[in-house]
Design a protein around this ligand. Structure first.
Ligand code: FES
Ligand SMILES: [Fe+2]
Length: 350
């Protein structure tokens, strides 16, 4: 149902704490997270092998998790290390453990074959803690399938209609997009030339309402669910499109979209900027503006998902337009990955 052999973002670093067990479902799999005595994050299947009790309801004893029902204890590898009622521990007394890595303020989890869990495959989100950038973000709970959000971020035509008070201007949908495709990656580029700045750019970038700008939206998608946007604007005609952004400002909108179930999603996002680094009021302004816009997206996606779920198997096919080139590519990539993983699984089972 979901691509497995990928690093997904499971949590913000501050969500996973030393003395607490945290349950989170990822790709339909309940998982319990905690930090060991060194502060290293760990993740186990959140189901005791004895009678299926969630381990997250238990407690930590040293570096072991104790099941709250009959007191079995597990180490971070998922092996049972104590059965209170007997000395002998059978080898099948274990639960699945998941590789986890802490990077760029996020806790990453590998949901597939642990032998393939190479940390070098973790997507680049260095803007989160790069000293030349300042970032702030959050986790939102999305009541919709993760691909609805991928699609939303790959087609910014909606800014004009959904985000009128922050990001939208009339000039967006009329500006052409270019779509490039390379392996499991897609790039959608749109330049909105010589047009008025949106309300957010006036507030954060200091552009006057009547001062036209050249605005860019360069959207990078990597499978299965990472979208990084290079967005910004510069005074019209000062050469931003040819590489000189000195008369404007730029931001990165960073999105890690982790499936929880078929119809719910953990949405991790942050907005990074390379200007006014030491001004916390700008950090707050930028965060608030993007948060406001994303709450509008969450509403749209919740309503879409309601319809999709209601129609179920009688849902008519959706219709794609020119604006959907990026989203169509992304869905094709995910379908290809699912087919690849299915056939690899079938071969392994032979
Ligand atoms: S259910 Fe966990 S010890 Fe019995
Ligand atoms: Fe949006």
């Amino acid at each position: 149902m979901f691509p497995r052999n990928f690093w997904y973002v499971a949590a913000w670093d501050w969500e996973v704490r030393r003395q607490e067990l945290m349950r989170r479902t990822i790709c339909n799999q309940p998982i319990v997270f905690w930090r060991d005595s060194e502060g290293t994050p760990a993740a186990l299947e959140d189901r005791c092998c004895h009678r299926h009790m969630p381990l997250s309801e238990g407690r930590l004893i040293g570096n072991s998790v104790e099941c709250p029902y009959h007191g079995l204890q597990y180490d971070a590898s998922g092996a049972c290390v104590l059965i209170p009622s007997q000395v002998n521990i059978p080898p099948q007394a274990c639960v699945r453990s998941f590789p986890v890595v802490e990077r760029n303020h996020w806790i990453w989890i590998w949901m597939g074959d642990p032998a393939l869990a190479d940390p070098n495959l973790i997507e680049d989100f260095h803007w989160m803690d790069d000293p030349n950038w300042r970032a702030k973000g959050e986790k939102l709970d999305l009541e919709g399938n993760y691909l609805l959000l991928v699609e939303n971020l790959l087609d910014l035509t909606h800014l004009q209609f959904v985000h009128r008070t922050t990001l939208g201007t009339e000039a967006i949908s009329g500006s052409p997009i270019a779509t490039e495709h390379d392996g499991d990656r897609v790039r959608v580029t749109r330049w909105i030339m010589n047009s008025p700045p949106p309300p957010f750019f006036q507030r954060a970038g200091g552009f006057k309402p009547d001062q036209n700008i050249d605005r860019w939206q360069i959207i990078d998608y990597s499978a299965p669910a990472f979208v990084r946007l290079d967005v910004g604007g510069a005074i019209a005609g000062t050469g931003a499109r040819d590489g000189d952004r000195s008369q404007g400002f730029s931001m990165r909108n960073l999105n890690a979209i982790t499936p929880e179930t078929e119809t719910t999603t953990h949405y991790f996002w942050a907005q990074a900027r390379d200007f006014a680094l030491d001004d916390p009021t700008v950090t707050e302004l930028v965060f608030r503006q993007v948060h406001t816009a994303f709450m509008e997206d969450l509403h749209i996606i919740r309503e879409q998902q309601k319809n999709i779920s209601l129609y179920g198997s009688s849902l008519p096919p959706q219709i794609d337009f020119r604006q959907d080139a990026g989203a169509v590519q992304a869905r094709r990539i995910v379908d290809g990955i699912l087919a690849r993983e299915r056939s690899a699984g079938a071969k392994a089972a032979e």
